[in-house]
Design a protein around this ligand. Structure first.
Ligand code: ATP
Ligand code: MG
Length: 420
């Protein structure tokens, strides 16, 4: 038997229903916030991720799926969404448009990780990127958008952990202070951290192995190294988040150690789920330097991504979603071949008029069809028999009250819709 590759999953049954439900909430919210849908390729030039996500990031060092195609091109399955969106923004010269670009995406990502709950090799992220504005209003808008999507899904006790890295000058000052502080302690940290110390010291604060170490807990804080302008900017973002009623906490440990991040960085957790290592539902930050880094003009960008798989796992624990079931509005029942032809036509007419409809395709008897209708939670049954059909009539039965009534065959669609 052929089995699925390690770290992938089949989304079926009730999970698939939840999945569709979340997708719907995401796209509806995106519309109300005026974000446009974007879809970028599942594979890109490897160089795109090396230059955007960064050579020293965990993603590029350990996690990418790289391959050569038959034309000897170096390609990588996308491990995250920002790089592709920014590439597209530059390649299509969207920066020349008069307005900011506000994108949302919802697609699979690929990272070679050690599979565990909430950590897969193929997983799905929905996310946003806003390109072309440095207004703190945008920082507050994207954060509140993420917060209120999860809120709309009834995930409770949400908290946004937020921090600021400041501008280039502030970051540099901070990096110096951090290196000075860590130097005498570095041999007490994990092997990866010792390596990061040389290549990308900020990333040490993000380490999962040393997460609880006192050394990291007492490390200098980025916000103490912000210059006046960066500090004021951060305070404005927080003021706007207060207006938007987002529950946040300033958390100096959030650094998102990629080189291109500046100013606002954040992640969102559900405090109900703190015992698992995969409790971060989404994360993001401002990346003003990235557009230039990818050969675009001087511009501005900010975005976030949420992990769909982790969100679905959370929803499954919330009582509210226990009874998400397939719900069919109408089930059309028949026995003979003659009745079947009517059933086919009526089913189609109901469907084309927006009624969720099913009929038998396994040659079940009436008893079997009643049972299937129950399994599908059908609200109404349209029951056909030759005798009634010859008089131009069909039976509509309410599957809950069991009330049954004969109606005109020609009016069956209106009669069904009227009863829903
Ligand atoms: P973590 O620190 O948990 O490894 P990350 O910093 O690598 O997360 P991001 O790149 O910021 O994660 O991705 C944003 C979100 O995507 C995460 O908060 C998480 O919900 C989800 N995510 C990341 N990696 C995976 C994965 N391998 N499987 C499932 N979801 C993931
Ligand atoms: Mg990771």
């Amino acid at each position: 038997m052929i089995t699925k590759p390690k770290g992938t999953t089949d989304i079926t049954g009730n999970d698939a229903l939840l999945w569709e439900y979340v997708n719907q909430v995401v796209s509806t919210m995106a519309q109300t916030y005026n974000y446009e849908f974007i879809r970028t390729p599942v594979f890109e030039s490897s160089e795109l991720f090396h230059r955007s996500v960064g050579e020293t990031s965990d993603i590029v060092q350990k996690e990418t799926y790289d391959f050569k195609d038959k034309g000897d091109r170096n390609l990588t399955l996308r491990p995250e969404g920002t790089a592709g969106v920014v590439r597209s923004y530059i390649e299509n010269k969207c920066y020349a448009e008069p307005d900011v670009k506000k994108y949302y995406y919802n697609e699979t990502m690929y990272r070679y990780e050690r599979p565990q709950t909430g950590r897969m090799r193929e997983f799905t992220q929905f996310g946003v990127e806003v390109l072309g504005s440095n207004d703190p209003l945008v920082d507050a808008e994207v954060i509140s958008f993420q917060y209120y999507i999860l809120n709309a899904l009834h995930i409770e006790n949400l908290q946004v952990n937020i921090n600021s890295l400041g501008d280039a000058e502030s970051r540099l000052n901070y990096k110096e202070a951090l290196v000075k502080y860590l130097e005498p302690h570095i041999n007490n940290l994990c092997e990866d951290c010792r390596e990061r110390f040389k290549t990308n010291p900020l990333r040490i604060l993000d380490c999962k192995v040393d997460a609880d170490s006192e050394i990291l807990k007492n490390a200098p804080k980025t916000i103490d190294y912000l210059n006046k302008e960066s500090k004021e900017r951060f305070e404005t973002v927080l003021k706007y988040l207060d207006i938007l009623d987002v529950d946040y906490e300033v958390n100096p440990r959030i650094v998102r150690g990629l080189d291109y991040y500046d100013h606002t960085v954040f992640e969102i957790v559900s405090l109900d789920n703190m015992d698992t290592k995969a409790n971060v539902l989404g994360a993001g930050g401002r990346y003003n330097k990235l557009i230039k880094e990818l050969d675009g003009p001087e511009s501005y960008g900010i975005g976030w991504a949420c992990g769909m798989d982790r969100i679905i796992n959370m929803l499954k624990e919330i009582n509210l979603y226990k009874d998400v079931k397939k719900q069919v509005e109408c089930y059309v029942m028949y026995v003979s071949e003659e009745e079947k032809m009517y059933a086919l036509e009526i089913t189609q007419n109901l469907r084309l008029n927006g009624v969720v409809t099913e009929t038998d395709c396994l040659n079940k008897g009436l008893k079997g069809q009643f049972k299937q209708a129950d399994r599908l939670n059908a609200k109404l049954l349209v029951i056909l028999n030759n005798e009634d059909l010859s008089k131009g009539l069909v039976n509509i039965k309410d599957n809950a009250t069991k009330d049954e009534e004969k109606v005109d065959l020609d009016e069956v669609v209106e009669q069904v819709i009227g009863r829903l």
